[in-house]
Design a protein around this ligand. Structure first.
Ligand code: PAF
Length: 284
């Protein structure tokens, strides 16, 4: 098991990437905020299957957190993350500090329209600007051929695809299926905030969404089915539901039954906000 090379600066990252390019090696990137779980490791495996070298960035990006959000308490466990990356066979971990990514005179913000509107943006208005800005920087720094993003953050995946299309960033974006525990709970770094009781409630999230997606596929009225889902989540023990919404898979425009659909939701368990989404199966 070889350890990944760890670099903290953009110049050291570029130097290593340049050496690999001179050897004719392809690069796949997995952008992360660390606290790596099996979902991230599945992204690393997909990266390794798509290119000779896998670069994983670990950077808790302050630009995507609102002042009221969990930036300070977001789990940081670099030593453990590096062990997991070594086991998985990643070649390089890019672990910049905030000053490396955002020097004091940093003054640029990228704002993607289209799929970023609504859903998460309604509740986290500057979130996707923060994501788009850091992802564009990471792509310009590492210049990967491919980048892997989990479908768990489905709207983020759509926004990153739009970003690359609009800015002609030559990076092939690969979406990876959500990794779930034995109860169907989507892997998330924020699951670490939950105790056993919280986990038991969180595991109802996918159960409710699965039932709702099946009902929609079977012809249920959209407003009725999503309202029922919100009620079911509250009854399961969630304190607040931000949204349960059916959207077109590709554009995230309002869902039409003749188009591929995605059911997306966000809900609160105490101070922990969880998101999940599922494909709406083709009409039965
Ligand atoms: O999904 C995440 O972990 C983050 O939003 C990302 C893509 C690494 C950007 O900070």
């Amino acid at each position: 098991m070889s350890r990944p090379i760890v670099v903290e600066t953009v110049s050291a990252l570029r130097e290593q990437i340049r050496d690999w390019r001179l050897e004719g090696l392809g690069i796949a990137m997995v952008p992360t905020m660390g606290a790596l779980h099996d979902g991230h490791i599945s992204l690393v495996r997909m990266a390794l299957a798509s290119a000779e070298r896998c670069v994983v960035s670990i950077f808790v990006n302050p630009a995507q957190f609102a002042p009221t959000e969990d930036l300070d308490k977001y789990p940081r466990q670099l030593a453990r993350d590096l062990d997991r990356l070594a086991e998985a066979g990643a070649h390089l971990a890019f672990t910049p500090g905030v000053a490396e990514m955002y020097p004091t005179d940093f003054a640029t913000r990228i704002s993607v329209g289209g799929p970023s509107s609504g859903l998460e943006s309604e509740f986290r208005p500057s979130f996707f600007d923060g994501v788009a800005t850091v992802v564009a920087k990471l792509f310009l720094q590492a210049a990967p051929d491919h980048a892997i993003f989990g479908e768990k953050d489905y709207q983020q995946l759509c926004v990153v695809r739009q970003l690359c299309r609009d800015l002609d960033l030559p990076v092939d974006i690969i979406g990876a299926p959500t990794v779930r525990d034995a109860h169907g709970l989507a892997m998330s770094s924020r699951n670490a905030y939950l105790d056993e009781k919280g986990l038991a409630v969180a595991r109802q999230f996918n159960v409710v969404l699965r039932r709702t997606a099946a009902a929609l596929a079977a012809g249920a009225d959209e407003a009725g089915a999503t309202a029922e889902a919100r009620q079911a989540l509250i009854e399961a023990g969630f304190q607040k539901v931000d949204y349960v919404a059916a959207r077109e898979s590709l554009t995230l425009a309002p869902w039409r039954r003749d188009r591929e659909g995605r059911l997306l939701a966000a809900a609160w368990l105490g101070t922990t906000r969880l998101i999940d989404n599922l494909e709406i199966p083709a009409s039965m």
